[in-house]
Design a protein around this ligand. Structure first.
Ligand code: BGP
Length: 470
């Protein structure tokens, strides 16, 4: 059996990692404009070492880029709208027309090639002014500011965009409060109560966005999105099993609320043990009943966990430093453990709990690429390692479909090279399209097709058959 007939194959990007043009056409500053080192500390204002300010110049080259996506046969393109292009400080009464026009032009290009857009409304790029004035999502007023922004997008793109994601990797808030939640307080000074209050506000906003999106256009399909954290116990010691249960509950905390419409059964004890009580109104509880239409998640790797910190070796996973290496997994050049079967496991696990359609919204291999002459006067990259990574994950995704999981689509992360999120570098490339940009900001920005370009084109053309029949 091949993939389902309408399976949405494609690629994914985020505005702050590819657009550049950080101060053009009325765009306000976003939190990314002061994060030159990814998860590292923020700067006061934009600095010349921040590669995201120029990005890969997608803002000016989107036509060429989307034409290449069209050539690969993309059925879907996941991109994000930069909130600060639409509302430069988040607080204007009227949206910035130039920002809306840009995304309309992006949609024009998608339509030209028959590509379905999947729009992430907020991908780690909150207007900086909202972080500085309100401390981001700690403040309840963020809910209305976000909904004002959503309303503009839903109304303006009505009939043109059907698939939406409210927040990228919403559960990363707990580990990256500034990048994910625009909370302008150093992590070590941030109280647990404020952090969970911010979580609550963001979840209420997400639920109300689902409601609003359905009211404006009943055809809209509005998903939530999480980092698909996949953790195995390091040993069969029951303490390790409980440790993993606890870490899994970090993820279910967010998903239960967004997919079941209420706080999970374990929330009460958690809040008690943390010694906090957050402000949840009756109106909030009603709002949360607006559950997501599908679950999107990112999946790159899996990790192990143990209750005994003296055991195992630390994994170089960026998200959770306490995690451990899996002796059965290989690792990427950035120390991310490679575990294709973990994708099948994650898809089954999420489907078993929620029975909602799933979308693999990010997957791919960040690697150093070497541009070589292709013998025909142009350049290419022989990225067999990327093909091998994607192939194994696609096979396991197919296994999950055979298991009975409803998988809507797969968007390869960073289908064109872009600036990485956690380290803000260009060397960590995910694309099937190479961008001539160096770490010092030099380079022509020319685009070149890697070997994986033709391979992925065939994957899409054969609806996965070329991978499954090998
Ligand atoms: C996810 C983010 C993306 C992306 C990806 C890869 O967490 O949603 O924005 O960049 O991770 O991470 P990195 O770029 O750090 O390799």
């Amino acid at each position: 059996m091949a993939f389902p007939k309408d399976f949405l194959w494609g690629g994914a990007t985020a505005a702050n990692q590819c657009e550049g043009a950080y101060d053009e056409d009325g765009k306000g500053l976003s939190i990314q404009d002061v994060l030159p080192h990814g998860f590292g500390p923020r700067t006061k204002g934009p600095t010349s070492d921040n590669l995201k300010l120029k990005g890969i110049d997608h803002y000016h080259r989107y036509k060429e880029d989307i034409a290449l996506f069209g050539e690969m046969g993309f059925k879907v393109y996941r991109f994000s709208v930069a909130w600060s292009r639409i509302f430069p400080t988040g607080e204007e009464c009227e949206p910035n027309e130039a920002g809306l026009k840009f995304y309309e032009s992006v949609l024009d290009e998608c339509e030209k090639y028959g590509i379905e857009p999947l729009v992430t409304i907020s991908h780690y790029e909150t207007p900086l002014a909202l972080a500085e004035k309100y401390n981001g999502w700690i403040d309840r007023r963020m809910i209305d500011l976000y909904l004002k922004y959503c309303k503009v997008l839903f109304e303006r793109f009505k009939g043109r965009v059907k698939y939406w994601i409210t927040f990228n990797e919403i559960n990363s808030l707990l580990r990256q409060p500034f990048m994910s939640g625009a909370i302008n307080i150093p992590k070590d000074q941030l109280s647990t109560k404020d952090l969970y209050q911010a979580m609550h506000h963001e979840l209420v906003a997400s639920a109300l966005a689902v409601k609003l999106g359905h009211e404006i256009d009943p055809e809209n399909r509005i998903g939530c999105m999480v980092v698909g954290i996949t953790i195995y116990p390091l040993t069969p010691n029951p303490d390790d099993i409980l440790k993993v249960m606890d870490l899994d509950n970090d993820l279910y905390f967010f998903l239960d609320i967004q997919c079941r419409g209420a706080y999970p059964y374990f929330a009460k004890r958690r809040f008690e043990e943390m010694g906090i009580s957050i402000d949840i109104t009756q109106e909030d509880r009603r709002a949360l009943r607006n559950t997501a239409d599908f679950i999107a998640f990112s999946y790159y790797s899996s990790n192990c966990a143990t209750a005994d910190p003296s055991l195992g070796e630390p994994s170089r996973s960026n998200m959770t430093p306490e995690l451990r290496k899996n002796p059965y997994s290989s690792v990427s050049e950035w120390g991310w453990q490679i575990d294709p079967k973990g994708l099948r496991y994650t898809l089954n696990r999420l489907y078993a709990r929620y029975q909602l359609p799933l979308f693999v919204a990010e997957n791919g291999l960040g690697a150093k690429d070497h541009l070589i002459e292709d013998g025909k006067g142009s350049y290419t990259v022989n990225d067999d390692y990327r093909i091998a990574y994607m192939k194994e994950h696609i096979i396991q995704m197919h296994e999950a479909i055979l298991d009975g999981v409803d998988v809507m689509g797969y968007t390869a992360w960073g289908c064109i090279d872009l600036i990485s999120c956690s380290t803000a570098e260009i060397e960590k490339r995910y694309g099937m399209i190479y961008v001539d940009l160096n770490s010092d900001g030099s380079g022509t920005m020319n685009r070149y097709k890697k070997k994986s370009f033709e391979w992925y084109r065939e994957v899409i053309e054969t609806n996965g058959a070329n991978v499954l029949n090998q």
